[in-house]
Write a protein that binds this ligand. Structure first.
Ligand code: HEC
Length: 262
């Protein structure tokens, strides 16, 4: 009986040990994810799309410590962070891809502040967010911020094509960025606030394409939805005039409306 108890206790102990590493991994995972965000927002300025396939050797790690610290001072006392950044650079070189992040894409493509927290740098508040796979079409990205701020937004494809690269000033703590995807595949959002600010929500929604609506009096209306900031765009205006001529000639009406009215 005594012996039994002993085995039972040690079995408990073993299972406790088995549980422990999982807990450790969970926090390690988050720390590593922050390193991926650091690499993809700071180091990527020069090392993005560096796809030599050639790995860097350990001695080049020692040689590059000063270099790493020059671009990210916070890493100076953190040997583990320098190592992780080195591992992530090697992944970029070998796989020609961003390091995979264990962050799920919400089904409706609406991220809460809490979800975004895991894809942010704690102090500087740079964000790197995998937004999932897109088919070609027009979309709108909406950001909500904890306070009004100036931020640079990048939207990058998995082949490192920049779809959006612009600076925005929020109004009412909100930024709306319409964009077009021409080549399908995974995409990523990168956010650099001028001053640290928390992003409290990110939502990406498809924008309606031009569509033909049958009005009550049996005439047709072609409705084109454009992002608000594009309404004054000379190309959009020229397109509007041309479409109006065609529409009138064929007994249709052409209406152009802002993305927010749609
Ligand atoms: C302003 C551009 C720039 C930035 C920013 C930058 N690097 Fe570099 N890095 C270079 C250049 C140029 C080289 C030398 C050429 C090469 O090997 O690609 C280099 C080399 C390296 C090497 C040695 C690579 C090898 O193959 O031997 C490592 C490691 C490295 N960088 C890591 C980083 C990390 C980590 C960051 C972010 C904290 C970073 N770099 C930020 C430009 C940059």
């Amino acid at each position: 009986m005594r012996e039994y108890m002993f085995y039972f206790k040690s079995a408990l102990l073993v299972s406790a040990f088995c549980l422990l590493p999982e807990i450790v991994f969970a926090t390690e995972d988050e720390a590593f994810t922050e390193s991926v965000v650091i690499f993809n927002t700071i180091c990527a300025k020069c090392h993005e799309a560096q796809c030599s396939g050639r790995l860097s050797f350990d001695d080049s790690f020692e040689a590059s410590v000063n270099h790493i610290v020059r671009y990210y001072g916070e890493a100076s006392e953190k040997k583990w962070l320098q190592r992780e950044l080195f591992v992530i650079l090697n992944h970029m070189k070998e796989q020609c891809a961003y390091y995979p992040m264990p962050t799920p894409i919400p089904p409706q493509r609406v991220w809460s502040g809490e979800m975004l927290e895991k894809m942010a740098m704690l102090v500087e508040r740079n964000y790197f967010i995998p937004i999932g796979s897109f088919t070609p079409g027009r979309y709108q990205l909406e950001l909500k911020l904890a306070k009004d701020a100036k931020v640079t937004v990048h939207l990058v494809s998995e082949t490192f094509d920049m779809v959006v690269e612009d600076c925005y000033f929020s109004s009412d703590r909100r930024i709306v960025v319409p964009f077009s995807i021409e080549e399908g595949g995974n995409h990523y959002v990168r956010i650099y606030p001028r001053k640290p600010v928390q992003i409290t929500r990110l939502a990406i929604t498809p924008l309606a394409q031009s569509s033909v609506i049958l009005e009550e009096d049996d005439s047709y209306v072609i409705v084109e939805v454009k992002g608000e900031h594009k309404l004054e765009d000379p190309i959009v205006k020229a397109k509007q005039e041309f479409a109006e001529q065609i529409a009138v000639a064929s007994g249709m009406q052409y209406k152009i409306i802002g993305g927010q009215e749609a």
